[in-house]
Design a protein around this ligand. Sequence first.
Ligand SMILES: *[C@@H]1O[C@H](CO)[C@@H](O)[C@H](O)[C@H]1NC(C)=O
Ligand SMILES: *[C@@H]1O[C@H](CO)[C@@H](O)[C@H](O)[C@H]1NC(C)=O
Ligand SMILES: *[C@@H]1O[C@H](CO)[C@@H](O)[C@H](O)[C@H]1NC(C)=O
Ligand SMILES: *[C@@H]1O[C@H](CO)[C@@H](O)[C@H](O)[C@H]1NC(C)=O
Ligand SMILES: *[C@@H]1O[C@H](CO)[C@@H](O)[C@H](O)[C@H]1NC(C)=O
Length: 351
Amino acid sequence: MGLGEHSAAVGRRKLFIVGSVIIAILIGVGVGIGVGLTRNADSSTSGGTSSSDHNTPPVILCSRVHTRSSLFPNCNNSLGNVISDIQLISQLTTRIRLYGADCNQSALVLEAIKQTKTNVSVYLGIYNVPDDHTAYTRQRDLVRNALQTYGTEHVLGVTVGNEFMLNYLNANGGTEPNSAIGDQGAQILVADIADTRKMLSDIGVSLPVGNSDAGYYFNTKVLEASDYGMSNIHAWFANTTVQDAAAWTARYFEETNVRPAAQLANRPKMYIAEAGWPTHSSDEGNKNNGGSDASIANLQIFLDTFVCQANQNGTGYFYFEFSDEPWKDVMYGGVEGWWGLFPFQPDFKGH
Ligand SMILES: *[C@@H]1O[C@H](CO)[C@@H](O)[C@H](O)[C@H]1NC(C)=O
Ligand SMILES: *[C@@H]1O[C@H](CO)[C@@H](O)[C@H](O)[C@H]1NC(C)=O
Ligand SMILES: *[C@@H]1O[C@H](CO)[C@@H](O)[C@H](O)[C@H]1NC(C)=O
Ligand SMILES: *[C@@H]1O[C@H](CO)[C@@H](O)[C@H](O)[C@H]1NC(C)=O
Ligand SMILES: *[C@@H]1O[C@H](CO)[C@@H](O)[C@H](O)[C@H]1NC(C)=O
């Protein structure tokens, strides 16, 4: 893959995005901390224009003005903003994943794909919450309604749970996914995965059903119930240097996820659900996590190495993430809000 097939110049950030980047899109709901990032979202942008000719790479300009929310119960997302996001995303990738279904986001994304006629397909998501089972049933019904309205032409699968095991263990004093406490949490997920399969079969739909979690947190019983597993793997949080990040990510994924999954009778297909590098920290102390700095230059190195290699190796991955997330910066500080390929606003907090 050659450098600069796509060049995205956004505000003061200039990145050369290589090959086909699959983006973890955050229009979702939920909070998780740890190896992976917290994620919820508010992907709502406005603006988004592009131009290209044969010799110059496409230049994508965007400015995000309105803060809109898909965080239940604060739903004020809008179809217009989701359409802008999908238009921008469709220039980088054909596949995205959602983390949750609240605030009608499954329907909004499928409606946006329909209206823009873009070649984008989506893994829908349901964000399970350890102590509130209504979060599952509410989102399952939203997924069902969206599939009944839009069909499955642009749907790749339904992911039940994101970092549920990580959150469940944290909430219940556990650390190991395959332990007695882990198996208690797994029981909830396994039942919800079965319930999602029943919902799909009730409406005459056949789709893969999977699960996503932080890389270390896959429970065997959950994987045995899943068609696929999506694993969040962050070299940054493991304190690797950016030069080592691509190889570290590949090794971690192979050893922790691919090999164990291949031992199971159902052989769930494993994907890297998040890999990325932060560009900024809101405080000096978190600018370096023991490896390399959070910086745009280092994000460029991560793109040049990880994205190229993963494309060549045929690794299924989702790039983390589409856009910076100001709400996370407000809530968590440090690097949490600053993983986007696109800034939320070109001058947001002077970054
Ligand atoms: C959407 O809701 C969020 C959270 O309640 C709020 O901060 C934001 O200002 C709202 N945005 C618009 C455009 O109404
Ligand atoms: C749409 O994208 C898929 C990859 O996800 C590709 O295989 C297919 O050829 C594309 N279709 C069109 C019409 O570009
Ligand atoms: C969202 O949900 C409502 C009510 O369930 C539905 O009527 C509407 O058409 C949905 N889709 C979009 C794109 O807003
Ligand atoms: C790709 O494969 C090579 C050779 O096995 C390996 O060194 C590298 O770490 C892999 N990279 C990714 C991102 O999969
Ligand atoms: C990474 O470094 C931080 C301090 O920068 C430390 O608190 C943490 O334990 C380290 N993590 C690993 C996995 O080495």
